[in-house]
Design a protein around this ligand. Structure first.
Ligand SMILES: [Zn+2]
Length: 102
């Protein structure tokens, strides 16, 4: 199985699927100590996308120090997740073309 990672401002985070929601009811978790992002893989791909973005927003919020509430992170995550999900193919095309031109 491929190990997926994402570089968050110079730190490599491992993205790990977990087959169910956490006891807390959350579908994702970012751990700043272990440098791991867990995503509940027992969701639709669109829900997993929103969860992933949600966790990245927590990282950004923590990094910038904006102190967003959980509700604000949820709302931003849903909006951005929906935009990404509705344009998934277009975004992949767009970024792969950009990469080739480099
Ligand atoms: Zn959250």
């Amino acid at each position: 199985m491929t190990k997926h990672t994402i570089n968050l401002l110079g730190t490599e985070y491992v993205i790990e699927d977990v087959p169910k929601a956490f006891k807390s009811g959350y579908n994702g978790k970012i751990n700043y100590v272990t440098k791991t992002i867990n995503i509940n893989s027992n969701q639709s791909i669109d829900e997993q996308t929103a969860t992933f973005i949600h966790e990245i927003l927590h990282f950004a919020d923590d990094y910038i120090g904006t102190e967003l509430s959980e509700k604000q992170v949820e709302q931003l995550g849903k909006v951005l997740g929906t935009i990404v999900s509705m344009n998934r193919r277009k975004l992949i095309e767009y970024f792969s073309i950009r990469k080739e031109q480099k």
